[in-house]
Design a protein around this ligand. Structure first.
Ligand SMILES: [Zn+2]
Length: 85
């Protein structure tokens, strides 16, 4: 007997780059799982203020620029649940 959990089977985004914001929260650049026939897609998100850039940037440099700039300016503290990661 197997239980299927769609979330558990979805491939997780691959973390490529991590920045620290002004207060130590992680700002990560991720490569989203490839969909066949679609261009490679990158995203970026902040674990402090939960701001995110997803979907649009297909170029690594634009996601990286967003994350770098965000890490420089964001002063949100890390979320309590995400400290372990
Ligand atoms: Zn932030």
């Amino acid at each position: 007997m197997t239980r299927t959990d769609p979330d558990a089977q979805a491939p997780a985004p691959l973390v490529l780059i991590r920045y620290l914001n002004q207060c130590g929260a992680l700002v990560t650049v991720t490569q989203n799982p490839n969909t066949p026939g679609q261009p490679r897609c990158y995203g970026a998100s902040c674990a402090g203020c939960l701001d995110a850039l997803f979907g649009t940037p297909t170029v690594l440099s634009s996601a990286r620029d967003w994350a770098s700039k965000h890490a420089r300016e964001c002063r949100a503290l890390p979320q309590p649940d995400q400290q372990a990661a």
